[in-house]
Design a protein around this ligand. Structure first.
Ligand SMILES: NC(=O)c1ccc[n+]([C@@H]2O[C@H](COP(=O)([O-])OP(=O)(O)OC[C@H]3O[C@@H](n4cnc5c(N)ncnc54)[C@H](OP(=O)(O)O)[C@@H]3O)[C@@H](O)[C@H]2O)c1
Length: 337
């Protein structure tokens, strides 16, 4: 840390530099049960004070609600923050309770205008394709995204949950600054192909759910600990026998945490940084929290450096995790590798 603020990492080959840890804002409006708006706003402000500059949202987080919620914060700090949002998950016209993936030009055009309006900004700093619609060639999708850059609506492009081949194809059309995928002690499938491709192409890895959606912090141990509307209740890792088996996998995390005087969550975040260093590429984890004290705790993890013995203790965990990371793995790059 310098001046009490976290160090920086490069976003894409040409920057800009952002705080080496970002903030996932999804839970402030969506997916993880009830939230307190004032507490979430205090979390955003505290994060910024500590040097967190990359803020992550998406149209899909509450059908625009999360973007609207963040808008006053972004307006108040426009020059200090990097605003990242996403298109590509839309409401199914045949069943409003379901979501569909869309990567077509009409959807992208409509989405970017909606996001600019809801965020109330002139330009989106980092615009991601949230999910891959295999019915649309990725070159076509990124071609439309590149037009948005030329038109000044978007500064940098990102992709989420794409395969290495998709990333390479996209990169031939326009440089991709960031690849956002799940990367944590529990979810390492991207290390086989996606991470090496990102390193080769100078793409920054934005690691989502680096705390295993909270499970790695020990803050919940099974689906029943969560409110009825919590999205995680549907996730295979947190239900039935899988949850108990996975909770037992936290023992080595606890051991490493104790050795460093750290919390479980800090250890999980420190692992992401160390693992990215092992793979030789820049990473910006975006842990999600709605609590100022937790953002302080998470940011402090950037000062923890795990050693080889720690990494060896943590190495076997991912292979032993019970249950997929999504109920429908077609929503992930691993489901298409
Ligand atoms: N591209 C994609 O498809 C995709 C998918 C999922 C998520 N994301 C993005 O990634 C961000 C982060 O992922 P995530 O929120 O799914 O998972 P995460 O960061 O792994 O975990 C978030 C959960 O951990 C809890 N938590 C955070 N810090 C904690 C601490 N220090 N101690 C105890 N509990 C703590 C949070 O609770 P509180 O909020 O109550 O503190 C929340 O329930 C999201 O906000 C979103 O922006 C992207």
């Amino acid at each position: 840390m310098t001046n009490g603020r976290i160090a920086k990492a490069r976003l894409g080959a040409d920057g800009p530099e952002v705080g080496m840890q970002g903030l996932g804002c999804m839970g402030m409006s969506f997916a993880y049960g009830p939230s307190d708006a004032a507490e979430s706003r205090a979390t955003l402000e505290r994060a910024l004070e500590l040097g967190v500059t990359l803020y992550d949202t998406a149209h899909a987080y509450g059908a625009g609600e999360n973007e609207r919620f963040l808008s006053p914060f972004f307006k108040a700090h426009r020059d200090e923050v990097v605003v990242a949002t996403k298109f590509g998950l839309a409401i199914d016209p045949d069943d409003p309770t379901k979501r569909i993936i869309r990567n077509d030009a009409a959807h992208i055009r409509e989405s970017v205008e909606g996001s600019l309006r809801r965020l109330d900004v002139d330009v989106i700093d980092l615009y991601y394709m949230h999910r891959r619609d295999v019915g649309v060639p990725i070159e076509e999708t990124v071609g439309v995204m590149a037009d948005l850059v030329r038109e000044g609506k978007v500064k940098q492009l990102g992709l989420s949950e794409v395969t290495a081949a998709e990333l390479r194809a996209a990169h031939t059309v326009h440089p991709i600054a960031a690849l956002q995928s799940e990367w944590s002690l529990f979810s390492r499938d991207i290390e086989a192909n996606v991470v090496p491709a990102a390193r080769e192409l100078d793409v920054t890895l934005v690691a989502y759910s680096p705390l295993g959606r909270g499970f790695l912090t020990g803050s919940f141990a099974k689906a029943e600990d969560l409110t009825a509307d919590d999205f995680r209740r549907q996730q295979p890792r947190f239900t039935g026998d899988n949850a108990a088996a996975n909770a037992a996998l936290l023992d080595p995390v606890r051991k490493v945490a104790e050795a460093h005087g750290a919390t479980l969550g800090q250890t999980a975040l420190a692992w992401v940084h160390r693992q990215a260093a092992v793979h030789g590429l820049p990473v910006v984890p975006i842990p999600g929290t709605r609590k100022p004290a937790r953002v302080e705790e998470n940011v402090a993890a950037t000062g923890i450096v795990l050693g080889e013995e720690d990494m060896a203790l943590l190495e076997p965990i991912a292979a032993e995790v019970a249950g997929d990371r999504y109920a429908d793995m077609r929503f992930t790059s691993a489901g298409r590798e």
